[in-house]
Design a binder for this molecule. Structure first.
Ligand code: ADP
Ligand code: MG
Length: 255
């Protein structure tokens, strides 16, 4: 039975999409079958894995709006073992439609039931907000991975993020857990990065992955080629770090 994991942090630019793409690709390289669901209207994980997001092929909007079956929106990506349900701007309008109709919380989880056992892991790349789309993702998930950028206000907003997770747990999904915290854009030459690591570790106790994701230009370049970091530059520091993270993730999750 596949485990469903949201990559979640309402802050933008902290490495959610980069982590979703490259953790998925790393697991694919390790022989796992992964489905990535892009629920960010920006569609960055869609294009970042070489999938055209405006070619008329069904996207997550069509699934959530009951226009197509979820399985008919799945397609292959440039990464071995990784399939995707893409996203684009059209999804932005859905929040308003859903808010008007009500009863939207379980719309994704109900549709995932039939495909859940076809994958080892299903990752949901959340938008940078605490709105309806993120909640739909959290309600559908078994757990959450929280990427945190090694920057000055690293923990800013974390209490809000917890509040949202708590609300979802209380009402809609009591089993939702924190899978782990990924520290991204780490720069070992700066005291700030080292301080942030300590701060985040003491805040999240045992939940922080040992694998640190360094700031690495190759990671920022790869999406414009539609490739995961492993396929773009397998010898880069970024590729090494995300392969390590994939291995660590597997060890912990399969324990
Ligand atoms: P989010 O999905 O949380 O908004 P992204 O993963 O899109 O964040 O990352 C924001 C920007 O930073 C992107 O341009 C991405 O390519 C870049 N980036 C992410 N992680 C790294 C990293 N470890 N090193 C260098 N650039 C990174
Ligand atoms: Mg993103």
């Amino acid at each position: 039975m596949g485990k469903i994991i949201s990559i979640f942090n309402q802050k933008g630019g902290v490495g959610k999409t980069t982590t979703t793409i490259n953790l998925s690709a790393g697991l694919g390289k390790l022989g796992k079958k992964v489905l990535l669901i892009d629920i960010d209207p920006q569609g960055n994980s869609t294009s970042g894995l070489g999938v055209e997001k405006n070619d008329g092929y069904p996207i997550i909007y069509d699934v959530l709006a009951n226009k197509v079956d979820l399985k008919d929106a799945i397609r292959e990506t440039s990464a071995e073992g990784v399939s995707i349900i893409g996203s684009n701007n059209e999804l932005a309008g859905l929040e308003i439609e859903l808010a008007r109709e009500g009863n939207w919380e379980k719309i994704l989880i109900s549709k995932l039931e039939n495909v859940k056992d076809k994958y080892d892991y299903i990752f949901i790349d959340c938008p940078p907000s605490l709105g309806i789309l993120s909640v739909i993702g959290l309600v559908a998930s078994d757990s959450v991975i929280i990427p945190i950028q090694c920057e000055y206000y690293a923990l800013e907003g974390v209490s809000q993020l917890f509040e949202t997770i708590k609300l979802v747990k209380k009402g809609l999904n009591p089993n939702l857990e924190i899978e782990g915290v990924v520290l991204s854009m780490f720069d070992g030459r700066t005291n700030l990065s080292i301080q942030v690591v300590d701060e985040v570790k003491s805040f999240f106790k045992g939940k922080v992955y040992v694998s640190l994701i360094p700031r690495n230009v190759r990671l920022a370049e790869a999406p414009s080629y539609g490739l995961s970091i492993m396929d773009y530059d397998s010898k880069s520091k970024g590729a090494e770090a995300y392969m390590e993270l994939a291995e660590e993730f597997l060890e912990l999750v399969e324990e």
